[in-house]
Design a binder for this molecule. Structure first.
Ligand code: ZN
Length: 255
């Protein structure tokens, strides 16, 4: 399984893109501005999009993606998987025939090229030898993390979250967790803001990480632009024995 990071920043700026990762060539987890750098042929291969939550940095590219893959002769519809609340937000606020066309009714309501599938915490969805498991996390809106397991090993992505009791047991239940992509948006100096905004800081992440029984590579994501080095330094100092890396646009992970 190949995981290509298209964007992993918590904001915009020259050279950075917001959250999106491509699994092999057909599945996206989140559809932030990072998908705008894909070649057209790569975009056309995408048929599944898992959304962690409804915030704009995770869905901003979705309307353009759907528009790109729209083809009246499509063979396989594009399926968006997310919590019920997330799907409702996307339908009501993006694909509402005001901001963007309602592609779930096009080209015809009977045979739409965009379809929604509710994915609740605890659900798992199998796509071509990969099992996507939805995990409850704690953010300011209903949110999910995902585990992705193939026949050999697993990786996981937290989505946006603050301290929680649900992600860690789900990770411990994975067979051979090789890679964990986890958010840590703010440095310790902004602890109060992080709690209010539903995000980890190095201190809160390290406190929760003590529950993890596996020892995967840990890739940090979602950092506010300009805070990346500070956050990585704080994380490494707090836990020198763990294997931490900073995710960046273009990183390719293999599990
Ligand atoms: Zn968010």
């Amino acid at each position: 399984m190949r995981i290509r990071i298209l964007g992993c920043s918590g904001g915009i700026g020259a050279g950075v893109r917001t959250s999106a990762m491509l699994i092999d060539d057909d599945v996206l987890i989140d559809a932030g501005t990072g998908i705008g750098d894909l070649e057209l042929a790569d975009i056309d291969s995408i048929r599944h999009v898992f959304l962690t939550h409804s915030h704009l940095d995770h869905v901003a590219g979705l309307p353009m993606l759907v528009d790109r893959v729209f083809d009246e002769n499509f063979a396989v519809p594009l399926t968006v998987y997310a919590r019920e609340e997330t799907l409702r937000a996307v339908q009501d606020h993006l694909f509402n025939d005001v901001i963007w066309p309602d592609f779930s009714n096009l080209p015809t309501p009977q045979n739409p090229m965009l379809q929604y599938r509710v994915c609740s915490p605890g659900d798992s969805i199998d796509i071509a030898g990969r099992r996507f498991g939805a995990v409850e996390v704690q953010h300011t809106v209903p949110s999910l993390g995902f585990t992705v397991q193939n026949s050999q090993s697993a990786f996981a992505v937290s989505g946006d979250t603050k301290r929680n009791e649900t992600l860690w047991p789900a990770l411990n239940a994975c067979d051979d967790l090789r890679v964990l992509v986890i958010e840590v948006s703010f440095p310790d100096e902004q602890q109060d803001l992080a709690v209010e905004a539903g995000h980890y800081t190095p201190t809160t992440l390290l406190a929760d990480l003590q529950q993890l029984r596996h020892e995967p590579q840990i890739w940090l994501t979602g950092m506010k632009p300009g805070e990346e080095e500070t956050i990585l330094d704080q994380v490494r100092r707090a836990s020198p024995d763990r294997d931490f890396h900073m995710l960046s646009r273009g990183t390719v992970l293999t599990v």
